[in-house]
Design a protein around this ligand. Structure first.
Ligand SMILES: [Zn+2]
Length: 504
């Protein structure tokens, strides 16, 4: 409950109470021993002492208030078991400890046990909206905000510059993974809703398709109503270390950027043709590739893929076949053109690797590759393929299979390297944004030194980080994901939604 939502009467009482607090602060200052006042003279020292006093006071108040509330909330009649409706047996008072933003709180509450074996329950726990782990919801949100940017064991020092709490990396990890599991469950619900909506659209005549859109609340955390003119979708994969068998598994990342047309006519000049309609949307998945594309599809729809205005999707990748194979399938649709683009930086890497395989010295490599490198953007892959063919005719026998691989890369992906066209259309030719995302979402965090992930844990934290980066954070926390968090799914069960028959 926010102060703004309180009644006028309650707000008046609150303002009176705050005036008391200010008086109390002045009174406290008069009680500070004079010997202390002579020692504590810099603002830094004053803040340090004040923080100590404030937290002692805050902890006392929060703990006493909680205890008093629990007393008033204790049910006078016996509750019923949520599983079987039978009256549980009262087993007396049991103590509970929570770590909150003002330190540790202890209290005791009445505990009941179901006679049919459904376990124990304390009705006041639910009334206090406690989270499942040792942290309070506010502390869980605070450490989660740190966890989207830092490895778990690096979180306590910055938190402790503000509040001095007994935090450890393992507890933080448990709490954040739990929150991430809630985010991932919402994401799976959104994916299922999109799959259902697509199935419904398929069964209806085209004129009715607009009615088949999922209701806005079925999208879980994914729901934004935008009508872009185009989408840029970039996908990439990176390897992260997994606890199971100490192996590395591929983590896939995609970025969907909705664009708005600012100029109607394509031109050869560098005039701006598009502008971002809103911040890019990120997603991360550990599932197999077809399932990952269902996730991308849900995200692409959340930023307007299926809006009637969206007639163009530029699909950027490093040339890995899976991106092309599934991308067009999941992002295509009537009246929507898919333009597949090999990221130009990857193409250039293949050019230079080819040259290094062919020429012995760096000056020779540069002399051959640099002019071609410069022409790739303006003339496409044609001059490079021609130069490679000519070189191999002049100096046969010096080219290995390894070198040939790079030649084939250009031949096989020539249609996806039409950079002059992409530039004329005003589209990006590099997937820098997804490369950078892969690096920060996967490499720096999932692959942080010595960290081995469970599958569930890696997906949970990955989803949470993607959600934060996409600007969904406040919306997500408004759903109170910690206080209502279900039990953490068993890491071995790996429950996944039933896959569709869309891809064989
Ligand atoms: Zn029961």
């Amino acid at each position: 409950m926010h102060v703004d939502e309180w009644s006028v009467e309650l707000q008046t009482a609150w303002n009176d109470f705050k005036a008391c607090v200010i008086d109390y602060g002045q009174a406290l200052l008069r009680r500070v021993p004079p010997s202390m006042k002579t020692q504590v003279t810099t603002l830094e020292e004053i803040e340090a002492v004040t923080r100590e006093i404030t937290y002692t006071l805050a902890n006392t108040l929060a703990q006493a208030w909680t205890r008093e509330t629990v007393q008033t909330l204790e049910p006078t009649t016996s509750p019923s078991c949520p599983n079987c409706d039978r009256a549980p047996r009262k087993v007396g008072s049991r103590s509970l400890t929570k770590l909150g933003i003002f330190g540790t709180y202890h209290w005791a509450r009445t505990y009941y046990v179901c006679p049919a074996g459904h376990g124990g329950m304390a009705p006041t726990d639910a009334m206090l909206a406690l989270g499942p782990e040792r942290f309070t919801a506010t502390l869980a949100e605070a450490v989660s905000a740190f966890a989207v940017n830092l490895p778990f064991d690096q979180i306590p020092p910055p938190v402790n510059t503000l509040v001095d709490l007994p935090l450890d990396g393992d507890t933080i990890r448990r709490v954040v993974e739990r929150v991430g599991c809630v985010a991932e469950a919402a994401e799976q619900a959104a994916i299922e809703a999109v799959t259902a909506a697509i199935a419904a659209e398929g069964e209806k005549p085209a004129s009715e398709t607009s009615e088949a859109e999922p209701p806005s609340d079925s999208g879980g955390s994914l729901s934004r109503s935008v009508a872009p003119d185009a989408l840029i979708v970039s996908a990439d994969g990176a390897m992260a270390p997994f606890r199971t068998g100490h192996t590395y598994h591929e983590v896939k990342v995609a970025v969907c950027q909705p664009l708005q047309r600012v100029s109607a006519t394509p031109s050869a000049s560098d005039a701006l043709l598009w502008q971002p309609l809103q911040a890019p949307d990120y997603c991360l998945g550990l599932e197999p590739r077809p399932e990952f594309w269902r996730r991308v599809q849900a995200h692409a729809r959340a930023v307007g893929l299926d809006a009637p205005t969206c007639t163009l999707v530029a699909l950027l990748g490093d040339g890995a076949d899976w991106i092309w194979r599934y991308g067009a399938l999941y992002l295509g649709g009537p009246g929507r053109e898919i333009i597949e683009e090999v990221d130009i930086y990857h193409a250039r890497e293949h050019l230079w690797d080819y040259a290094r395989g062919y020429f012995a010295t760096e000056p020779a490599v540069t002399a051959w590759a640099e002019p071609l490198n410069d022409r790739l953007e303006t003339d496409g892959p044609g001059p490079i393929i021609a130069a490679m063919t000519a070189l191999e005719a002049q100096q046969p026998g010096t080219n290995s299979d390894e070198v040939q691989k790079h030649h084939h890369y250009f031949v096989n992906h020539a249609d996806q390297m039409d950079y002059p066209r992409y530039r004329a259309l005003g589209l990006p030719i590099g997937s820098g944004i997804v490369e950078g995302t892969c690096k920060t979402l996967v490499k720096e965090q999932l692959d942080a030194g010595g960290m081995w992930w469970s599958r569930v844990g890696a997906q949970a934290i990955g989803t949470l980080r993607a959600l934060y980066r996409s600007g969904w954070w406040n919306q997500f926390w408004a759903t109170r994901p910690y206080a209502t968090a279900p039990r953490r799914p068993d890491a071995n069960s790996q429950a996944r939604p039933a896959s569709t028959t869309q891809v064989a």
